[in-house]
Design a binder for this molecule. Sequence first.
Ligand code: PLP
Length: 389
Amino acid sequence: MMLRDVPEWTLAEQIRARPTEPVALARPLEVSQLPTPALVVDRAAFESNLGRMAQHAASFGKGLRPHAKTHKCPIVARRQLEMGAVGICVAKVSEAVALASAGIAPLLITSPVTAPGKVAVLERLADEFQGIGVVVDSEEGMGLLERMGPANRLAVLVDLDVAMGRTGTRDDDLARRLVERIQAVDHLDFMGFQHYAGHVMHIQGHAARSEASLVLWERVLERLGRIGVSYDVLTGCGTGTFDIDCAVQQITDMQVGSYVFMDEEYRQIGGRHSERFADFEVSLTVACTALSQPAAGAVTVDGGYKSIASDTVPPAVDELPNTQYRFAGDEHGVLVSRAALQSVRLGDVVRVVSPHCDPTVNLHDVFWVLEADGVIRTCWPITARGCTW
Ligand SMILES: Cc1ncc(COP(=O)(O)O)c(C=O)c1O
């Protein structure tokens, strides 16, 4: 099959044509002038989060391999690399296409690839770019990687599962066989192991989260002892365990994602010393315009499920005390409170904190970058928006 006949390649060519650089606005804007609903990144909070995580990782001797599934933006990935990241994670092959084409490297695809069309695109990426990596957790996936023949070597990690039940193998013999097969192929480089425990990230309370995460890492280390191969990289960890997993000496790098923006779901899990998880600032908000007031005590804004994603809690309205946001369908939300009634007029713009930053970002084309002087001069394209394959 020719690459041009692979449907994934048709999509990849479109992704490669997308903008990747900051866009300077014709004239500076205030938040109140944005075409809402609009994603706003507060640059000072964003930079502070990047610096705090970089400093934290360095102080524990860990590398940072931040996950770009959160921001999907080469400009953010470039900034993370400038601040010392050892590489960037992406969730899927299509995100790798978007970031590799913008010059981001090294890249690690953290989901296994088992479809021939996606492997064909992966092979093409590894032909063109150095520093592409992927995880594997099955004989089937391994067979596809073996049959590739890219110009540059592909880094491969074995994905281990302990308790999450999403990706990764629980079978030590299979893990060892996969390592042996990787080591036997010229175009593949065995890099190490991945273990990501997503189900632990939002456990309420630092002590409970800490216990759950460290028990799992202990089991990973026991398994690595049984598998019995040497490795360079042991990667995993998310924002919810950033100050927990750093105590595990064998972990080489942390795949944290959400810390760049933060969201309401993360704020609610609690921090080491506080009821709210406040180690990182909220740098991402969704600006919405008040557009109707059908009932007393409520104001309808123009952001709903199509611009704010949630799996659990509603958006938070930090700007207006004692105000709740309620989803009111695809296009709308309703702010409910006395404050909303008294202070919000139709046409006003209110910023809300997204419940879950990653899928919220995936609903937008650009970040509007709010500078410390309160003005927006650039927007950053979310190049990998919609890249979910
Ligand atoms: C494999 C993997 N690594 C890292 C992360 C980053 O996690 P967080 O956004 O909680 O920091 C995720 C998020 O889902 C993930 O799936």
